[in-house]
Each structure stands twice: as C-alpha cells, then as structure tokens.
Design a protein around this ligand. Structure first.
Ligand SMILES: [Zn+2]
Length: 103
C-alpha cells in the first residue's frame, strides 16, 4: 500500500465532500458521510475482522475541524461530536479509490 503523503484536505461545503490531494498529484473527492461512515476507530468498528466496514451516520454530518496526526494521518472532529477516528493517508487513498465510481 502506498506511503504517499497527503498534501491537502479541502472542504467542499456545497457538495458536502472533501477533495483530497496527495503529493504525487493524485486527487479525488469523497462524501463527508462516507468518510464518517468508514471511521476506523474501535468505537465505530468494534472488534471485528479488522476490515473497516461502512457504518452510515444516523444523520448527515459535517467536519468541524481537521487535525494532522504525525505525518501519516488526520483526525476529524464531526458535527455529531465524534473525533476519535484516525484516518491514515493510505487508508483514505484506498477509500477514495474504492468509491471513485460509485457517486
Ligand atoms: Zn469512530
């Protein structure tokens, strides 16, 4: 899996999406609700197979703030009060690739 750095997380409030850009120039958009639903934290995922599953938010969410975690991930504080998910750059890249054609 790629270790490429993510260089930009841009919010597109009108479309309720993020635009994510990596240092190799790869860029893609993904819905807020999709990113929230794929929150990889144990609180959202429980102790399952290790495969992160989609758990749709009860109601639509928006990101309140986005913080870097080390040089490998970001954490997002959501309007539903959740903020413990750590989204690794390689995880987000796989997520957008998996969902690029499903919008
Ligand atoms: Zn979570």
């Amino acid at each position: 899996m790629t270790k490429t750095q993510m260089t930009e997380v841009k919010r597109l409030p009108d479309q309720r999406k993020f635009r994510l850009t990596w240092e190799d120039g790869f860029s893609s958009e993904i819905d807020y609700d999709k990113v929230r639903g794929f929150c990889p934290c144990a609180g959202c995922q429980g102790h399952g197979t290790g495969e992160v599953e989609f758990r749709p938010p009860v109601s639509p969410v928006e990101p309140l703030s986005i913080r870097p975690v080390g040089n490998y991930a970001i954490s997002i504080q959501w309007t539903d009060g959740h903020d413990t998910g750590i989204y690794r750059f390689d995880f987000l890249r796989q997520l957008v690739i998996d969902h690029q054609d499903s919008n």
